[in-house]
Write a protein that binds this ligand. Sequence first.
Ligand code: WT7
Length: 686
Amino acid sequence: MPTDLVPSADEIAVHWREEPRIDPPTDFSRQAQVRDRSLQEALDPSHGPEAFRAYADLLTWDRPYDRVLDASQPPFYRWFPGGQLNASVNAIDRHLPDAADRIAYHFVPEDESAPVEHVSYAELSRRVNRLARLLQDRFALVAGDRVTLYLPMVPELPVAMLACARLGVIHSVVFSGFSGKAAGDRIVDSNSRLLITMDGYSRGGQWVDLKAKADQAVVDCRSRNHRLEGLLVFERTPHHYRSESPIRTPGEFILTDLLEGISQDFCKPVSRESNDGLFIMYSSGTTGRPKGCFHGTGGYLSWVAATTRYVLDLKPQDIYWCMADIGWITGHSYIVYGPLVLGATSVLYEGLPHWPDAARPWRISEHLGVTILHTSPTAIRALRRLDPDLPQRYATAFRLLCTVGEPIEPETWHWYHETVGHRRAVIVDTYWQTETGGHLLATLPGLDAMKPGSAGPPLPGITAAIYDETGRKLPPGSGRAGLLGIEHPWPGLMLGIWNDPDRFRKTYFDPLQKGAGSDRWIYCTHDAATWSADGYFRILGRTDDVINVAGHRLGSKEMESAALSVAGVAEAAVVPYPDPVKGAVPLLFISAQAIVSHANDLVPAVAQAVVEAIGPIARPHAVILVSDLPKTRSGKIMRRILRAVARGEEAGDVTTLANPESVSQVRDAVGKSLAAHPTPTSDERS
Ligand code: WT7
């Protein structure tokens, strides 16, 4: 464990203090879907995993499963083995007999003058089946194939995911704000046969030419000897192609015409074994390459259905709006699969939350009658900064407000509770990760007291604890920070890392497995946390090389290798720098090779290289050129020192460094550079 990254007691003390607990409003508790502790008791790990049957029962199975859990090859746990089901049937078909006319998505275009599109379950079914037919008949896709989806926040994205799922094709969605190059990497790694994209979309009033970025991905694939069999392009407005990039033949197709040529509205769903793959979602980790988190079908769907129901308290009569992007795991689990499996109605919003002004979310919520809102601390901070009194002027009717992705400081929490929620709504702070499929820590909204700044206790069926550097469990209330681990498997945990089983065990289970031959398999989250006497966890942040920017995970190694690709750069190191809106932004230190004569020219080139490799979300807050980075005698760059100096904190003991004099030089360069960089905007794509 990188012990220098686990916060010390002093560092914890500068964090916010313990906040008093607040009970959920009785009106909420009376109608909540969890009103007693029976679920929690049944799922207590002392009884084994049997009670997870109740979670599997939330799904429709084609064939019943043989067993609840196959734990014969840890850490590769297999849930509900032998069971067969199809994800698109669970998300759509099973609602058709009784609720075909219910709205699945109210699609709100960013352009406020464009009408809201109301997509019913029947309409969703029609679109999904037609696309599935096309993929099957024209492109000969079969179960187990991979397809990359590079699509914005439009109904075509869930439609494409579900069309893949209908055929048993594994989808890999790449966030549309990522660069074409980043998309190319993921297409190659997943060995996708097709890329599905759109001509473009609207973001902050600007047209983003997505097809042009997709071209870059195709070029990137070709240079790495990966041949895509097709590039399929939706039109944001059917029959009105708007990209600057032409459709090239052979191999590129406009989907509008192809779909109109499909004569049937039904495509037979392919029944999948519970542990067959459903999707890959790439996420950043400790090494350079992003890793493909590979999720299965039965376990994943049961976990997202149960947590959507019990933690978000979502009911068919709700109007639910999750402001995340489907290109990240939150959108997969809590815009697509969880809500659809429960037959709920969601808002799908194309654009920037504060476009054209900060009142947009409140206008949408008032107009559509949103009852449950789900967003990130970054979005809440941004809206609050723009106008802290605004939400009060709207007749919104939120009964539950969810926050996810980064720690929320009590001040922001209270604003969310009081101003957005009018003190009537329950707040749930949900802690989880791409790897975990769904929530791990959260308060059960009708039962548990809320505590600003703490995600809460582990959910029913989850056993969480914190561990010190020797792997020893720290008791609740110790006042110390430790590494957060999960002791027993749960159905949402991913099947593994795509194409790299070894890395799965090494990354997530080795850190907390002490002693050879030990049969302890504890999932390591790589987050530091404290555990208070009341059993609530407070997340302090990542202990690995991941930087959490606006609730999104960026790998420092990926940014550093992009910087090092610029000719003349000798060394690069990225550290998180606190930001009042995004939580943190990347600060990139570089040094130049001795032969470089105009080293200052490297600064813009490096920033550009990072944006091209990953996307605008990774744009460094500043690129800081120094003549030497602080290093140990063995040559390891001391990021801890860079981080402290950037924050204006004491560097600590520098006597063991190979080049202690570098520290004051770093301090000067930071001072000059940061004075020239005001707070960045809050759009992750700008
Ligand atoms: C990392 C996972 C969870 C879906 C969105 C992000 C941080 C997540 C919280 C929270 C404090 C949180 C952790 C975690 N994180 N939720 N409620 N409080 N920190 O998924 O991209 O896989 O990122 O986000 O550091 O490890 P992800």
